[in-house]
Design a protein. Structure first.
Length: 278
């Protein structure tokens, strides 16, 4: 019987929907890291934007690995400071110049600092309106702010808004509200944490509403918790979901990959960079 790792490698169709692999943490081994990802069956890596300090590095990586790395554009809530209008202006200029797979990551973060809470809300609302204008998904950061993000999305949801609540770690009630809004849950390393409670939530959530992610270099799954995360570690998330959902690797791969393809269908068809390499 084939090992779990061998089965993953043979599938060769997994998508990491959230990975900051353009950051300095990968400066010394980025090529090797991407080779490891390919070896573990990762076919596409979607890269959420942060701010103007990292946009160019992200876009350079996308250009170097067409068909593998795909950029989003937006302003991360932790980058919403006194100069947030300049950050928004820069992000919008990129969006008006070329296609992007999504607007993200955007949202609210009440964990680190609440100094610019009002500005975070303003930036979130504005970027959602961009998504509706460009007809692309949003990828939401909702640390310590899941309920607040749900309320904001609800205000804008008239049937056309779509996206992902990235790094979902909330309760089942919140999960259901997100699903009812037509959004997906981004599930990553947290589901492998012993006391996160996310495993119990996922028992009740259909894979039909799930996309996979790492959030590399952050939130490494067990057995690498506390160390640098990378796309190759997505296999540990898949392995945990197999146990939780009492299903197969093939099923998780098929359903979650189909979810990604449906969510990003317009971007896949419009952006030549999104073609899968031969």
């Amino acid at each position: 019987m084939l090992s779990f790792v061998t089965q993953i490698a043979l599938i060769m169709n997994l998508i990491d929907t959230h990975s900051h692999i353009y950051l300095p943490e990968f400066e010394t081994d980025r090529e090797e890291m991407l080779q490891r990802a390919e070896k573990e069956g990762i076919r596409k890596i979607l890269m959420p934007a942060i701010d103007t300090e990292t946009h160019e590095n992200m876009l350079k990586l996308e250009q170097e690995y067409p068909g593998v790395c795909f950029a989003m554009m937006g302003v991360h809530p932790c980058s919403v400071k006194s100069n947030y209008r300049e950050e928004l202006k820069a992000a919008l200029a990129y969006l008006e110049n070329r296609p992007f797979i999504a607007i993200g990551e955007i949202g609210l973060d009440f964990y680190w600092d609440k100094t610019f809470t009002a500005e975070q809300y303003l930036a979130f609302h504005e970027q959602i309106e961009w998504a509706l204008e460009f007809d692309i998904p949003i990828v939401i950061h909702s640390r310590e702010s899941v309920d607040e993000c749900i309320r904001v999305v609800s205000e804008h949801q008239k049937g056309k808004l779509k996206g992902v609540f990235h790094c979902f770690s909330g309760n089942h009630g919140q999960a259901q509200q997100i699903i009812d809004l037509g959004f997906y849950l981004g599930i990553g390393g947290v589901v492998t944490f012993k006391n996160s409670g996310l495993d119990k939530v996922m028992e009740k959530v259909s894979l039909e509403y799930v996309v996979l992610e790492t959030d590399a270099p952050y939130l490494s799954p067990v057995p690498f918790r506390g160390k640098r995360n990378e796309p190759a570690y997505l296999k540990y998330v898949v392995e945990k979901l197999c146990v939780i959902k009492k299903t197969t690797i093939t099923e998780i791969n098929a359903v979650t990959t189909s979810n990604v393809q449906k969510l990003f269908a317009k971007a896949f068809s419009e952006n030549h960079l999104l073609k899968t390499p031969d």
